[in-house]
Design a protein around this ligand. Sequence first.
Ligand SMILES: [Zn+2]
Length: 94
Amino acid sequence: MIKRFNRIRFSKLNKKLKMKKKELEKFFNRLEELLEVNGCNGRDLTNAEIILDEMNIPKEEQIEFLENCRKSGGFCDCEIFLNSEEYLREIYNN
Ligand SMILES: [Zn+2]
């Protein structure tokens, strides 16, 4: 119970922590590479999740980032480039 409460508190405190512009660029470059190797499964953001883990992005930030992908029409990895790229660049511009 206490653990749960702390986690919610923690996520609220970190609401303003976002990925940096530089990290976003790294993400796009890596996603391009992984899409060439793994391809897109057309279902979910598997490659994106692999990259965020690789980059040691905190879980809360990962969830937020993936939500932002879906919100802008990126429901699978290749759709991030097709639909979300511009939107993500606008959000993660610091
Ligand atoms: Zn796709």
